[in-house]
Design a protein around this ligand. Structure first.
Ligand SMILES: C[S@@+](CC[C@H](N)C(=O)[O-])C[C@H]1O[C@@H](n2cnc3c(N)ncnc32)[C@H](O)[C@@H]1O
Length: 274
């Protein structure tokens, strides 16, 4: 799904930062400090517009969630959806839809309270904060949308760059980009190069869940899981079949709604790291 170019994207994203701009890459080893309570931390890599992780975070208040997305337009949509989801309405988003300009008055209406990151608690020193709004579209940024959910806008090539050994309790990969050409295989998020990173940043015994409608990507991923010696704890080639009881089907992503709505089977596998 190609994202349409969003006008004034940087300014719009800035509205959601709550005035505290944090580089998510500086949080390696202290992600847990961002949340309101100490609880296991789960990460979705490539959250897109964020529907899956937003619903999951609401269903599991006793768990903490990090949603990582490298595309800034998708991240803005995820933030807008999350605000609407938690608050019922997002004035900035409604104004954008109506074609109104973003004004300081409008900014003031965005419910900043729920976005507050406590810099002291998170151990963020002034040097790690951006003093000015985003200068280039390359800037990474972080947003707290509820007590147990943060969105990190960054493109992750190696999860060990941003997470410490054993820092995560689970990983979700939903409808990851298929990178169909053989020479692009190493970019697939289930390539062994990524699996090695997940193995490092996950606690022993943690689970990774993977969903896709793309059969070649699914077959490739299963062979990478096998090669890596991961135990398959849940597996189905039709997650939305009426007799399928896996919990993962209860929380749908935007892509999943679209493709399962067209009658495509959704492939799903859960694996356990040693
Ligand atoms: C095909 S979309 C699926 C989005 C969402 N998971 C869904 O199912 O609706 C894949 C998303 O993953 C993001 N992505 C892919 N590789 C990434 C990476 N290494 N780091 C961060 N985001 C990534 C892309 O920008 C894109 O928005």
């Amino acid at each position: 799904m190609r994202q349409r170019r969003i006008k004034d994207l940087d300014e719009k994203l800035d509205v959601y930062s709550g005035g505290i701009q944090v580089n998510p890459r500086s949080l390696k080893g202290r992600w847990a400090s961002l949340f309101d309570s100490s609880a296991p931390v789960y990460m979705e890599l490539g959250c897109g517009k964020g529907q899956f992780i937003t619903s999951l975070s609401e269903a599991y208040p006793d768990r903490n969630f990090i949603a990582v997305e490298g595309n800034r337009s998708a991240m803005l949509r995820a933030l807008q959806k999350a605000v609407r989801h938690f608050k019922g309405i997002d004035p900035a988003c409604e104004a954008e839809a109506a074609g109104s300009a973003f004004t300081p008055a409008l900014e003031a209406e965005v419910p900043k309270g729920i976005f507050a990151i406590d810099p002291d608690k998170a151990g963020i020193t002034p040097g790690e904060k951006f003093d000015t709004p985003y200068k280039t579209s390359q800037d990474d940024c972080l947003f707290k949308v509820s007590g147990n959910l943060v969105f990190a806008c960054m493109y992750l090539r190696d999860v060990t760059d941003c997470f410490e050994d054993g820092e995560l309790d689970g990983i979700y990969l939903n409808f990851s980009d298929p990178w169909p050409k053989e020479r692009q295989a190493a970019r697939r998020l289930t390539h062994r190069r990524y699996l090695m990173g997940y193995d490092q940043v996950l606690k022993p015994g943690s689970l990774l869940e993977f969903k896709t409608d793309n059969e070649p990507l699914f077959r490739f991923s299963i062979s990478e899981f096998d090669e890596f010696g991961l135990e398959k704890t849940e597996y189905t080639e039709d997650l939305h079949a009426p007799d399928c009881e896996f919990a993962s089907r209860r929380f749908m992503t935007e892509y999943e709604e679209k493709f399962s709505g067209r009658g495509n089977p959704i492939y799903y596998c859960q694996v356990k790291f040693k």
